[in-house]
Design a binder for this molecule. Structure first.
Ligand SMILES: Cc1ncc(COP(=O)(O)O)c(C=O)c1O
Length: 450
């Protein structure tokens, strides 16, 4: 079973990952959380069934046990073109021999800026960094600086904006964040303009910015984003769109390009580098310039990181944008997602669990919910479902597609889902999934206790 390139075919609990298990132990011995990113932790996978990856190509990854999986949500949704995409790796390779970081800006910095602003023409200036968190935090600082106001209003219905205190303080995992910092972050619900207006009125002249993903699982209600635009203008605060996920999955020009509502600032990352580390803060010239030298106000320490302009990551970003625009990648992501969603829904319905295994979200960014007998989200049922997908050769914490998926990959996934749903039905009939879990249930990332 552990031969290189073998696909796991077993559907029983015989499926084991001995090398991954050992590697997970070593990971935990040396790295807090057993991974450098919490969202990759083995706590979110069935017990003893958390593959440790050896390598990937296209939409496939291989674990250290030699099993091949069709992978979804690759690189926390960053690898939207598939692993080792030839046009991206070629662009990166070209830079590797030319040096990656100099004492003065590389000409690539301006070329990458020009490329980005051509892709997202609603922005007037851009500054690059490495992580999404760098740029959302920079947007918040800039908003505070230009408005002179202390509070940050975040959309409470979106799961993540930054690893920095202004956001982490609002999560259940807020140890180490001073209450005084968290108090400055207030929340508004998605899609509810009246509630947001009430918040802005309650904290009149105190809110520096509204931060939200322009869309996530649901489409914005008609007029919502335009209404937020108008509210931000009327209350004198900065409108920030976090386009980390929507960036290129909604349209090549981001969600702002799709919905036609222009934020003051927006932040990109993830798909921008197809797995290489690059993020972008983009927006209105008059605001962005405050992080520059051509004004007479107090200077804003906007973004300045040692590795922010690493040449091969900028080269990767340029190649990604070229692939997206030349090859119509966003449309392909939607088509693949639609095929997958239809197949999963049909498989779930045919196994009698159509109300329990539920696919949600935009086709280019699908997630699934696993509901228990009471139709409420269930971690035990998620565990059962993930186990069966893994044993069927599908590594899918979500159904977020990459453009590297083939029709055969989608078929393979739908077959694995159908088999998982058959077991799901048995568990529902038994009224208890425990016998099918072979260990503890999976856990969510954000929780107070380990
Ligand atoms: C919507 C959103 N914003 C910001 C971030 C932070 O990006 P990064 O992990 O690159 O710091 C994430 C990461 O998952 C995200 O999903």
């Amino acid at each position: 079973m552990t031969t290189e390139h073998a696909e796991p075919t077993e559907t029983s609990d015989e499926f084991r990952l001995p090398r991954s298990r050992l590697a997970n132990e070593r990971l935990h011995a040396l790295i807090p959380g057993g991974a450098h990113t919490y969202a990759k932790g083995d706590d979110q996978y069935p017990e003893n069934l958390a593959p440790v990856i050896s390598h990937g190509r296209g939409a496939h990854v291989w674990d250290v046990d030699g099993n091949r999986y069709v992978e979804y949500g690759s690189g926390l949704r960053s690898v939207s073109l598939g692993h080792a995409h030839p046009r991206v790796t070629e662009a990166v390779r070209r830079q590797l021999d030319r040096g990656s970081n100099f004492v003065r800006p590389s000409v690539l910095e301006v070329e990458a800026a020009e490329r980005f602003l051509a892709t997202v023409p609603t922005a007037e200036m851009v500054k690059f960094a490495k992580n999404g968190s760098d740029v959302t935090t920079a947007a918040v600082r800039l908003a505070r600086a230009v408005t002179g106001r202390p509070r940050v209003a975040i959309c409470a219905d979106h799961p993540f904006y930054s690893v920095d205190d202004w956001f982490i303080g609002t999560t259940p995992m807020n140890a180490g964040v001073p209450a005084a910092t968290t108090e400055l972050t207030v929340a508004f619900p998605y899609g509810d303009l009246a509630a947001t207006e009430e918040l802005l009125t309650r904290y009149e002249d105190e809110v520096a910015c509204l931060v939200l993903e322009p869309a996530t699982l649901t489409e914005p209600p008609p007029g919502y984003l335009a209404g937020l635009r108008e509210l931000a203008d009327r209350h004198g605060c900065v409108l920030i769109f976090d386009e980390m996920i929507t960036g290129f999955r909604w349209s090549e020009a981001g969600a702002q390009g799709l919905y036609g509502v222009v934020p003051d600032l927006s932040t990109f990352g993830k798909a921008l580098g197809n797995g290489f580390a690059v993020s972008a803060l983009a927006g209105r010239r008059d605001l962005m310039e405050r992080g520059g030298l051509r004004h007479s106000h107090d200077r804003v320490f906007l973004l300045s990181t040692t590795h922010g302009a690493e040449t091969h990551s900028l080269a990767a970003a340029m190649a990604v944008q070229t692939v997206y625009t030349e090859e119509g990648v966003t449309a392909r992501l939607h088509a693949l997602g639609e095929r997958l969603a239809a197949g999963v829904r049909e498989a779930a319905a045919s196994m009698g669990v159509g109300d329990h295994v539920v696919v949600r979200g935009r086709a280019s960014n699908l997630v699934f919910a696993t509901l228990g007998e009471d139709l409420r989200p269930s971690q035990p049922y998620r565990t059962l479902f993930l186990r069966r997908l893994l044993t069927g050769g599908v590594l899918a914490p979500s159904f977020v597609v990459s453009s590297a998926l083939t029709d055969a990959d989608i078929e393979h996934t739908v077959d694995a889902v159908a088999q998982a749903c058959a077991v799901y039905r048995k568990a529902l009939d038994a009224g208890d999934p425990t016998p099918w879990l072979a260990g503890r249930p999976v856990k969510p990332v954000f929780r107070r206790l380990a």
